[in-house]
Design a protein. Sequence first.
Length: 450
Amino acid sequence: SISIFPENDSQTVSWLLHRLTLDSLQDADTLFTIELLSTQTRNIPTWLLPGRPVTLRYLLTYCCELYIPVTRRILRLLADHCFDCIIGSANAEKQRNRLLEFSSQEGRKMFEMYIQTPNLNLLDILFEFQCCRLPFIRLLEILPRLQPRSYTLINPVDESVSYKQDLSFIFTRVDLKYPISEADTGVIHRYPYRHHGICTGWLERIWFGVNQPDDYQKANFININSPIINVYLRRNLIQFSLREVISQPVIMIGAGSGIAPFISFIRQRKRDYLKDNTSTGDLWLIYGCRSPTTSLLFENELSDSLNSKILKHLCLCFSRDTVNSPSEKYALNEISSVLIEQACFPLKAHYVQECIFYKHSTNHKLSEHDIQLMNLVYERNAKIMICGEARQLAPEVFQSWIQLIAMRLHYEHTKTWCSYSDLSEENFKNAQEYLQSMRKAKRYQEDVWV
């Protein structure tokens, strides 16, 4: 995988610069140097480039995270820098008192209700409190480093060669949708000019700037003639790869851009097969996306992999186009005929966890697909690999495996298949222990993000 150093949106940087007092700087593009004046103060953070000539615009664009969570200490700092201003009906004294109230011990509950719970950031507060004019050096003291963002490559990097290599990865633009608050509700209004994630929004602007006419660049405040994206290769510390998995079956589970490492695995298996006709374990892919017509990635490559038997089994589900009966999958005429004929479309499954175990009633019984998955894990020592979102996808996939393994454990004990309602707490406990043992043996691996 790689880590990408993003940059903050130029419109946001310009807006923030107009909300600061520049003190001795002539403007935001004036070179200055940050130096440590006293040995008793803490060291200057490295991301502020101490001792090097730099501009404030450069620091805010490339070095500092701007959308930081607001603490009561930060609110107290902002209260000290509320000055008279002529912006609508803004009143410096009134705004200062309100900030002091939020930052006080007595205002803790108000802080939690209006700032902490809705996850307001620094720019939201500056947008609401128009009279706040923070000195730029005080701002730099509270801004953390702009962190690199990690992405999984879909083409393996050959570290043994010195020539240039293409790096390919997938990203999904993060759209931010905030509720619009009425002015009389007491809710603090958000900074209105942020619509996408920092890195994904920036990558999209680069992509469109390269692939679309010049008017897009002008409309989006960018100049992309030869875009530069700074990256570094990340070590695969969790060993999320097929290098040591040759004859062992692999069950790959991903949603959306989580398909990236598995496309890499499929390509690797194809190269190995073409190189020396290597016999390898079966590859199973369970993949979910929103719609077969708008968000099914690598459709042709998946079709070819099924045809060539590189991919043994493909299971697809769509969160917004559900297959409710066997005949309905043939209505998906916008996708490849190979996928329609050879892929599995679990009935009523919206998400990948439902392709593993679909339980919407206590009378749920195992399907042929369920039994195949179970046998792969239990009898053929299959490895399970998951890539996707950490907060919801990963734990729900884990719970689906617990439910499926619990059914198998019940069968081992009684030699009869049961419905979900017949399972005991002991079955679930043993199933969780079984999966934890798989984790320790690196048979259950996750490559997830927040």
